[in-house]
Design a protein. Structure first.
Length: 666
């Protein structure tokens, strides 16, 4: 009876372990010191508090060490395990053995997976032992340990299988290592480069939004780098598991069809060589366009960067493929590439898809938002983080999205006006960001971001700003429960020591009601008026928020006067060393050179080129008319407050400028 031959070939396994076994030892020891030993040290150290040192997210423990091991060990393992493919004599020898190719491949692959699996499982076991026999179970759950173990295994296997796939594509170990990281970063890198270029080509393309909201979704290595703060979701885990299986299947198919003589060749399959060449050309083109756009700051330099970057990328790829530098006679492929890219660019340059002109129909909009950036929408506006004894928790929540018909109409009208006006020239001093975000009835979203000259759009901004819903969505005061307010503290903006505290519940309610009415009747122009002081609201759970009080809040000022509080907090002539007014157009050069306008006022005052205000009545009149909008206002007012080392600079609008100031500059 013939004996059955075991599928397992011990010699193949031992040969692999001799070359890569040390990586498993390094991985095991690294994880051991990063987690079990580190946690044990913290648990036995009476001088350390657990909540500062032991985290439910175990990736926070010795995070740099964990990430270094995760990024390096699986890739190095793939490089060393399959190095025999990249050197002629080992490749000839191992494939001359009477062993099928898929068996050789699987022995190397399973050895690598085992070297990754065993250190992670052993450290998981050590963590569970600590969980059972020490106080670790007071601070984390067993589920936290299994989450760490599962994610580490998944990401390690993904990085290893990516490196294994690349080992089949190339015949050089150095190229394998480099291409593995490039492939892992490629989705995010390409996304970044393409998004930057689209910003230059399409008016309104929201580059910053996609950079910060979406970029981590496109690269497993970027996602892994964020594990300290954000664990991967179940959906991400399924995707990465699918990619791991896909790379395994592709690597096996390529291994079976790979020619042994391609060892030491940069790209082993001829079909992949043009893909490699033009991918490098395309990436280099985008990098060149980004570089020259950022350095020169002008649009046409982007096209120069495209041409130069593509040229460099094309010939570098040719040199890699040919393994020498005498490749400059291969120019036809470069010309064809430029023609194809030039034809494709017309789609964007002439907006054939109507991207730039698109504004959603009113009936299709469920919610809309407009602000200065996506940060206002996704970070602080919807959930304001305020200090409390229990840590940082959201208390005052306001929905920044607008839902009412009049608000949505105002947003659409503003958006259409921005599109009609077109791009504001780069470097224009009055450029302001404008960010539009729509949630549509079909569940999709539409996002646009612009740099605009707000002054030409004041009519549309006013229509939006003065809607009741917009004011409620952008001011904390409308989300405060008055019954939970412990006290109001009024702080003077520019002079230290002037504060008033209100603790009487009736007075608090009166003050909040008046402030709400002031905000409701405030016009768009009023928002640029000076905030003379701020109101800090302290809630009963020790959480705070603030309200700025502008110098147009006459009813609130009268209420403070009636209560006897105004005299204690209002800025008067006695709080000021001097006030100096200049005509802005006469000092354009000095203002452009100064880092801050206040820096030039002391010297201008010495030169006597403006108007110094000494009369207390005139001084108080100016204080009541100041504006923040220095860019558009014709006059600038430098104010040197007592006890302050610097000069505050405000503006005076043409309409609000007192006659005695205008007469002084005639």
């Amino acid at each position: 009876m013939p004996s059955r031959t075991s599928w397992i070939n011990k010699e193949l396994i031992m040969q692999s372990l001799r070359s890569v076994g040390w990586l498993g030892i390094v991985y095991f020891i690294g994880l051991l010191f990063a987690l079990p030993i580190d946690i044990l040290g913290k648990l036995t150290n009476p001088n350390l508090t657990y909540y500062n040192n032991i985290y439910e997210n175990l990736f926070k423990m010795q995070y740099p060490i964990q990430m270094g091991l995760l990024f390096l060990i699986p890739v190095l393992l793939a490089v060393f395990l399959f190095r025999y493919l990249h050197v002629k004599h080992p490749a000839d020898f191992i494939h001359s053995l009477p062993i099928k190719r898929d068996k050789i491949f699987h022995h190397a692959l399973l050895t690598g997976l085992g070297i990754l699996l065993i250190p992670i499982l052993l450290n998981t076991l050590f963590l569970l032992v600590l969980y059972w026999i020490t106080e670790l179970n007071l601070y984390i759950d067993a589920a936290d340990i299994f989450a760490w173990s599962g994610i580490t295994l998944l990401m390690s296997f993904l990085f290893f299988l990516t490196g294994t796939f690349i080992a089949m594509v190339t015949g050089l170990s150095a190229v394998q290592g480099a291409l593995t990281y490039i492939i892992l970063l490629l989705p995010a890198g390409m996304f970044l480069l393409v998004t930057f270029s689209l910003k230059q080509l399409l008016f309104g393309y929201p580059t910053e939004y996609y950079y910060n909201i979406k970029i981590e979704e496109y690269s497993p290595i970027v996602k892994a780098a964020m594990l300290e703060n954000k664990m991967i979701s179940g959906w991400d885990a399924l995707i990465y598991a699918g990619l791991t299986i896909l790379f395994y299947v592709l690597a096996l198919l390529l291994y079976k069809n790979r020619k042994i003589e391609t060892a030491s060749q940069p790209i082993t399959f001829k079909l992949l060589q043009p893909i490699f060449k033009y991918s490098v050309t395309f990436c280099a083109m985008l990098v060149g366009g980004m570089y020259f756009t950022e350095v020169q700051g002008q649009g046409y330099w982007m096209w120069f960067g495209y041409v130069v970057g593509a040229l460099i990328g094309y010939y570098v790829a040719e040199m890699i493929l040919q393994k020498h530098w005498r490749v400059f006679h291969h120019w036809k492929g470069y010309v064809v590439y430029l023609l194809v890219i030039g034809a494709a660019s017309f789609l964007f340059q002439f907006d054939l898809f109507q991207y730039e002109k698109k504004v959603p129909e009113a009936g299709s909009i469920k919610k809309a938002y407009v602000g200065y950036s996506y940060y206002d929408l996704f970070n602080n506006d919807s959930e304001i983080m305020v200090s409390s004894e229990d840590g940082f928790v959201p208390d005052i929540k306001r929905d920044p999205m607008l839902k009412k018909a009049d608000s949505i109409k105002a947003v659409r009208n503003l958006h259409k006006a921005v599109i009609e006006k077109g791009e504001t020239p780069a470097g224009y001093y009055d450029r302001m960001p404008a960010f539009f975000y729509y949630e549509l009835e079909d569940g999709s979203t539409m996002v646009r971001s612009y740099e605009i000259e707000q002054g030409d759009l004041e009519e549309y901004y006013s229509a939006l700003y003065e809607t009741r819903e917009y004011k409620e969505a952008t001011n904390d005061i409308f989300q405060i429960d008055e019954e939970k307010i412990d006290k109001l503290t009024l702080h003077q903006e520019y002079t230290a020591g002037k504060t008033v505290t209100i603790v009487d519940p009736e007075e608090i309610k009166e003050a909040i009601d008046i402030l709400k009415k002031e905000i409701y009747k405030e016009s768009f122009d009023d928002q640029n008026r000076l905030s003379t002081f701020s109101v800090e609201v302290l809630l009963s759970n020790n959480q705070r928020t603030g309200i700025s009080v502008r110098n147009t809040y006459d009813d609130f000022e009268q209420w403070l006067r009636d209560k006897g509080y105004l005299e204690k907090i209002k800025v008067t002539a006695d709080d000021i060393d001097w006030i100096y007014v200049i005509d802005k157009k006469e000092h354009t050069r000095e203002l452009m050179k100064a880092d801050y306008p206040g820096d030039i006022f002391p010297s201008l005052k010495e030169q006597g080129t403006g108007l110094e205000i000494n009369d207390k009545e005139k001084l108080n009149e100016i204080l009541g008319k100041l504006s923040y909008d220095r860019q558009k206002d014709p006059y600038l007012v430098g104010i040197k407050y007592k006890g302050q080392p610097h000069v505050e600079v405000m503006g005076l609008t043409e309409a609000d400028t007192p006659s005695f100031v205008k007469q002084a500059f005639e």
